[in-house]
Design a protein around this ligand. Structure first.
Ligand code: GAR
Length: 210
């Protein structure tokens, strides 16, 4: 078994993916991991409130509080070091992770995206905009993707994907709700596989052993 995962969650919004990961850990589905820190760029994020309820250290760190990108990123790195973080899960985090952090946590940052990457990803594709774009393109399938984070938006190696059917009657909201349900399945599952050492990344490819 690899070293225990000491996870930092980065979240900007409601925090339902954070909650799903927390439930999988507290319910014993993910054994070799704990959530040690929650960071949000948004002081009103539901994720911060959930974290405080669970007595998990929760901090608001936003670029707007700092004079430069360097100062901001150094504060993030400092918070991660202080809590001995060795894995980052982006869970509805709407900001790009700086290359300095990607470099310090190479292949140890995951993200969940509410579509079937590489489609409907990239700059500006987040939250409800993704589902609106899927409907506008008249896709028959959508879904969710867990991927390793590299220094481009929604670009890193894909770890897990699951599809949902797009119904003719769907609005962005109904589709988002169907996708969110499967996000709550595949994100904890991807973290379980990683925590158990069952995900290997070699030559830019993911090898999963069950
Ligand atoms: C989720 O649907 C997640 O996939 C999406 O934001 C939502 C956050 O929900 N993330 C992105 O769009 C990132 N590109 P949550 O706060 O309830 O977990």
């Amino acid at each position: 078994m690899p070293d225990k995962l000491n996870i930092a969650i980065f979240a900007s919004g409601n925090g339902s993916n954070f909650r799903a990961i927390h439930e999988a850990i507290s319910g014993g589905k993910i054994r070799n991991a704990q959530i040690a820190l929650v960071i949000s760029n948004n002081s009103d994020a539901g994720a911060l409130e959930i974290a405080r309820g669970f007595k998990i250290p929760a901090v608001h760190i936003s670029r707007t509080q700092y004079k430069s990108d360097d100062e901001f990123n150094a504060t993030l790195i400092g918070a991660l070091a202080k809590h001995h973080i060795n894995f980052i899960a982006l869970a509805g985090y709407m900001k790009k992770i700086d290359a300095s952090i990607v470099g310090a946590f190479r292949n140890r940052i995951m993200n969940i995206h509410p579509a079937l990457l590489p489609k409907f990803g990239g700059d500006g594709m987040y939250g409800m905009k993704v589902h609106e774009a899927v409907l506008a393109a008249k896709e028959k399938l959508s879904g969710a993707t867990v991927h390793i984070v590299d220094d481009q938006y929604d670009h890193g190696i894909i770890v897990l994907q699951k599809t949902v059917t797009v119904e003719p009657s769907d609005t962005a909201e109904t589709l988002a709700a169907r996708v969110l349900k499967i996000e709550h399945e595949i994100y904890p599952e991807a973290i379980r596989l990683f925590a158990e050492g069952k995900i290997k990344i070699e030559d830019g490819k993911v090898i999963i052993s069950q």
